[in-house]
Structures are given as C-alpha cells and as structure tokens.
Design a protein around this ligand. Sequence first.
Ligand code: GAL
Length: 948
Amino acid sequence: MINGERLMIYSGEFHPFRLPVPGLWLDIFQKIKALGFNTVSFYVDWALLEGKQGDFSAEGVFGFEPFFKAAKDAGIYLLARPGPYINAESSGGGFPGWIQRTRGHIRTSAPDFLNAVEGYISKIGPIMAEGQITKGGPILLLQPENEYSHPEDGHVLDKAYMQAVEDAYRKAGIVVPFINNDGLNYGYFAPGTGLGEVDIYGHDSYPLGFDCSHPYNWTGSYFPTDFYAVHEQQSPSTPYAIVEFQGGSFDPWGGPGYDDCAILLNNEFERVYYKNDYSFGVKIFNLYMGYGGTNWGNLGFAVGYTSYDYGGPIKEDRTVWREKYSELKLQANFFKVSPGYLIAQPHNQTNQSEYANTSEINVTPLTTNLTSFYVVRHTDWTSTATTPYTLRVPSSAGNLTLPQLGGSLTLNGRDSKVHVIDYPVGSHVLLYSTAEVFTWTSYGSKTTVLLYGGPGETHEIALETDAHPKIIEGHIGKSKIAGGRLTFQWRVSDQRAIVDIGSLTIYLLDRNSAYNYWVLDLPAEDGSRYSKSDPVIVKAGYLLRTADIKTGMLALTGDLNATTSFEVISAPTKVDGLSFNGRRASHLEESHATGAISAVVEFEVPKSHIPDLLSLHWKTVDSLPEIQPSYDDSKWTKADHTYTNNTETRNLTTPTSLYSSDYGYNGGSLIYRGHFTANGKESAFSIQTQGGEGYGASVWVGEHFLGSWIGDGDESHFTQNLTLPPLTRGKPYVLTVLIDHMGNEESGPIYSDTMKMPRGILDYTLAGRSASEISWKVTGNLGGEDYQDRVRGPLNEGAMFAERQGWHLPGPPTDKFSSGSPSAGVSNAGVSFYFASFDLDMPKGYDIPLSFVFTNSSGIPYRSQLYVNGYQFGKYINHIGPQTAFPVPEGILNYDGTNYIALSLWAMNSTGAKVEGLHLESTALIQTSYGPVELSPMPAWRPRPDAY
Ligand code: GAL
C-alpha cells in the first residue's frame, strides 16, 4: 500500500550514472512513466563517488537531488539500490579500485572491508534517506547489497555481513522496507530466516542468458514454472517480488552488438516470459534494463564495451521505437486497471489439460472470488507454431467453452495471452474476453474499454446485458443475444471496430494500432503526477508524455516523428480544445459517432547542419614522449612496494608489486617504465600483463618498438615474448609498457574476490638478468586516487600523456600543436592525440540524437578513445569491435555552441594506423516538448602544473 493505494510495482531499471546529464533524467522518467509504469529502480556506483577512501563526493552529474526531483516531477517512485556491491557490468561491480588493497575478503565482515563499507554507507545512506517517501521523496524501498547469494565452494554466506550492511543503512536513517535481490530464488534472507533478513524477499532471473549471437534461438533457455510455489515456501508473508527480470542483455567485446540483443529479448520474449511471471502473481516487478545508457569514462567492467544499450526498451539514444517498448505499454496498463490481479490466487502450471483442448497449450489460472485470469502459452514455449485451441473455464455463468459462437482461438508462435473471466469495468462486468484488455476508464455514466488482439486472430467477448450492440465504426463478426447475455466475435484487423453497448464503449484494436494509444494520468490538485486515477486515453503516435486539462482544454506534451492524427478517446471531463506542446490545434474535428475530438498535428522537418568531422581543422600531438631519451619521469610513482594485500587471486611473483591499484591507479590505461642498465647480453624480454578482457599492451625499449599484444576481446591477460635489439653494455635503458585498463572484474561469488584481479604487470623476465635489476615506475591518470577532474569523476582519465596534461578537456593549448588529422594517422606504433572543435546550432524543439561513427575497412589494430567536451564517451577498438557508433547525448554535446573533441590513436603495429572514417550522424529526428537540455558541467582545460 502506497499512501493508501494498493499498487503493483511495475518498474524499469535506469542508472543515472550511465547518463551523466541530469537535464535528461526527466526525459527517461517520462518515457518510463508513459508506459504505465510507476517505479524506476536504480543502482548507485560507489566507485564513482569515493574514488579515494574517505573522499566522498556526489555532486553535479553524480548528484541525487536532481534525480529524485525528476522522478517526482514525472510521478515515478524509486527503488534505491545503492550497494555497496551492484555487479551491473560496472568496474569492480561498483567497488572502488582501492578495495583491491583491503586485506580481508570482500563482501564479508572482514574488519578492513566492513570499515570501508560502513564509511561509504555513512555518506550515501543519509542521501538516500533524504529521498525517502516518508520525507516527501520518491524512494519506496531500499535494497542493501546485491545478489548476496553465491558463496564459493567450501564457504557459506556471511550473514553477519549482510546484517551489518542493513544496520549501517538503518543507522543512516533508512526507514523504508529493505528488499533483497537474491541471485535466483534461493530464499536467502527472506523474512524469518534470522541474521540479515530483509522485509521483502525478492530475487532476479535472466532466463535467456547473455549470448545475443543467436538472436532467434530460444532453445536451451530456461523457463520458470514453479516461481509461485517456491515463493510460497520461502516467503509467504511478502508480496512476490522479482527485483530484476531480464529486459535485455549486456554484450561483450567482439560480441554481435546490441541490435541482436534487442531481437533476442524482443516483444515476443516480453509476451511469453513476462506473462509467465504474471502467472506467478508477481507484485513487484522490475525489468533490467528499462534504459541502459553508456559506460562512459571507464565506468564499465572489463568484459563490456562503451555502449550499455542492453537491447532494452529505450535505446541508448533515448528513442522509443523498438516494438518491445510499445508491448510493455500494453502489459503495464492492463495491470494498472486490474486490481483483481493483486488479490488473485496463482495456481500451478502442471495441470494443463484441464483448461485447453490441446496439450500444445499450457494454461495457468489466477483466481479470485470474482475475476479470474488465464495465462495461455505454448507448452513448448519456444514454439513458433500457430495453434488453434478452445478454452474450458469456470465462470459466474457456469463452465464455459470459449469461443462460444464456434470456431477456435489461436495462439501464434512465441506468444502468450491473458484471458479474463468476470472482469469488472466500471459498473459493467465482462463475462469474459479472449481479446486482451489494454485499459479502461469509467467517467460518469460512460465506460470505455480498449481490447486488442494479434493480427488475424478471432476473439470473442460476452457480457450480461439487455442492450443491443451498436456498431459505431468498423465491423464485427457473429453475435448472439440470448438470456440476457450478449456474445460477439470479431476477427482482428488493422481496421478498428467500435461497439456501443448501452453506456459501454468497446474499442477492438489490433496490437499494432493499440501501440498508438496512450494512457496518461492527470496531475492531482497539488500538481503531483503520482495519481493513478482519472487518466485520459489519447490516440497519437510516437510518444505522449503528459496531459493536463484546464477549462475544457486538454494540453498534451510529447514527441512526434511524423505528422500524426490525435484523437481523444476518453477523458474525465469534457474536452473541447486540444493543444500539443503548447500549440493549440486549430482544426478540431468531432466524430458524430463517438463524440471524440481529433486533430492533425504536423511534423515539421527542421533544418539542421551536422558538421563533417574529418574536414575540421585538426591539431595533433605525440602522446608517447615517454619513449624518448630526454623524457623525465622523476615525478612518477615508484612501484616499490615489496608487499601487497592483493594475494587472493594470485601470489606476487615480482620483487615489487606492479599491481596498479596498489599505487592508486584504477582505470583508463596504465604506463610502466622499467629502468635497467644493460650488460649487453640481454636478448629477450618476456612480460605478462593483465588489463581485463578486450585489453592490449605495447612495449618499447628506449625508442625501439618491441611489439604489441593487440588483444582479442577474450583474454584478460597475456604473456608477450619479445626479442630485444642489441643493447650496449653499461648503458641505461627504459622499458616502456602501455597497457589498456578495461575496468576491474566484478565480484559475484562471495570469497572469490575476483574484483581484486590485479591490473598491470603480473610478471616479467629479462633474460639473463635477475628481475630485481629492473626498477619500475608507474602512472595511470594524473594524481591517481587524488584525481584531477572532480567534475567528471575518478575514472574518466587514463595514463596517456595528453590525458595527464588534461588536453582532452575543452580548450586545450592547440596553438602549440601541429596540424594533422586522424585520417592521416601515424606510421609507427605509438600514441597520438587529435583535437578539433566545431559549433552546433541545432533547431529548438527537436530531439536529434547524435552518434560519432567510425567507419574502417582495414581492421588494422588500433585503439581510440573519444572525448567530447572532456567526457570520455567512447573506447573504440578497430580490430575487435563490435561498437562503431558512439551516441553522445545532448548536454554532453552543446547543441547551441562550441564543442571540443579529442581523439586518441594508439597504433599497435609498427606500420602505424589511421582513422579511415569518422563522422557525426543523427539517429533520429524527433519533434519534442522536451528541452532545451541543460548542459552538464564541463570545465575547460587549465594548465596542470604537476603534470608529467
Ligand atoms: C544480475 C545483476 C545485475 C546485472 C545483471 C546482468 O545478476 O544483479 O547487476 O549484472 O545480472 O546484466
């Protein structure tokens, strides 16, 4: 119950840290709200907030007040999941790099680890507490930890740790219920289980897994059938909660790309798998992800690349035209108007033949004293067959076989439906509907119901009435009036039908047309958009965001991608005027038949100029001066620790630790310099580096390039055996090793501490010499954990010379650089940086998302980072991929002013590399009420006196 309202929590996951533009958070919230969802679940990424232990900062793009405010403005509740552990395909699973230096096991009550956790919670806890609903904020629930579920073999879960995390949150002022996210339904920490128990038990489930390379293949997938039964054993006193259900998938380096994930986890997946979850009576349902976003600035874990699109319902560029977005709208709205579902008793799935006339069809009932819901799917849920069936179900009018008027129902392949029996709509009751209910409203004496079906399907409804049906629009099929009951059938087509039965108006839609209807809550008197009553139903197009009615004028806001005809299907008060995005529709039509008003809103194609990137005036600078004899590394960090705490995943095998996090370098890239004096006999150097999946490494002795491990997307570490050129006896040499740091590993299994897998040099041999004859220095980002750029956070920068100087920031001192374009590139192995700026003057009133697109045919091994106004928004690997297009949101891009871009080019072969193609591309042209988008803070370059 939320403020006296019994709600199903229907939620989508969205991570503010993956969209570092507070000015766009309301956009995402509105797009989720427009689906009929009421909640968003979010993680907090500790690694971005406490880059140095004890130095916590949650300001600007990392702030929470604007996130809470945007949620409230949209009328969205929040499920807060601040960790400490989150997983989430984030570097370290959300643990800051310095956690690698803790001695005790992570995610246990080992004192130094717990101390770090309690320090973090003492900072993040009060921020979350301020956002709680009890203080007028949007937060309903808080999830401590995440998937605290998988102890390594030979271990048990440290329940005292879970309890300590909870105690710390309570101490910080959290009063809302705790919910957990068990890594499947193991029953851990359910109420009544003692130490660490939560208030509401919840778990996650990803039945199709994370391999998008066979996007049409569901075979071998796991299909839950007993979730309700297990829930009743584990946590009968709490509403059944699936805190993460699969809404897409992540994709690895070299993977098939997110468009394939969007196919694998598409609208069909949603229909079959989500309806299966409803058959278990799920009451708290969160889809991971609702909007994925971007792993900008090195925040991702090693396995994943920059995009975190996730194949989710809202694309990374924030567009909503994936069909899976529209399908969710049909499902969420149904539950919003079906209070019976919340009290229905789910039945188990095994007793199939009782309801359908064929064993090909599986039926799961949910029943109440009045209404029942029958969830229908193929017994073989992967089936692509079209299967005719009839349904035999009990009802208030006795047992019924549906359809009643002859013929049969059909279930298309990879489809599932919810048939309703004795379903109340206003003061009427549908005896049954085989077509699915999208929504209904009841105002005064008039009730409006929207039903929909799949293409070509036959459907039937019946209700007790003496009234004769009046066809207002389109046509229906057979009908029968007998004994006070009206029954009629129709065949679904893209020509809608409208039938009046007394005071009841029924719209019969095909699914594709239903996608164009929007159900929008009107604000309460105090302006709050949390209310779920009194919505308007409007047929429109691409997106509707908000509705208000004042003195007969319905004011809508939203987005268009084409000229669109609007039709007001239902409203709580009389509507005789319509405005869209503040403009009053001049030509209103009123339908004689339905009384609905309609208007056409023109889409106007704006003029926009998108600059040609490669013809900009580029400046370039060498970014690997470290290999030159004159280079001075006296300010570098000496890698001289003879001891490391980080021995969980491997023992130290070098005289001093060369693990980057031992020296405070936790992301981006790493450079090592190894000094030695030659004896003239060294002929080979072998080095084992570890940078995480997708990484690569290049090695030089003096200015002489020894070779690269270019990486293959899978190997997280590699040993290079390199041949040295003749070295001069008695002469000092420097080995320079550049290593890509792809992010730290996650740490799922408890006690395995995989997050501590070090980055940097693991081992080396200089043939004929003892290892201790090389003395090493190391750098990562300038300052390490005392990071320079407090605005863009602790992980945005890497070790490269130009990054250490801060030249990736807006306004670098390019007058000192030479002219040179990335398309000319370099002819040696090495690192160059390229700089350019361009102005944008994008039209107001439009959302025109832009992507930076690399087009290369050569496959030459190089790595590139893209900085836009100082924010690293792309890590491109030419020979691994798959990502070539890098969306950069408005707010990071200045749509009304100057933009600075910097591009690194790390050529990994001795023959060099060039960026063959790079252009800016718009991925959509949307006329919108949203905007202008406030720019994220983007402080400019200032000289860094301590930079080396
Ligand atoms: C879950 C985890 C999430 C995310 C997801 C895969 O198990 O809780 O944080 O990692 O897997 O995308």
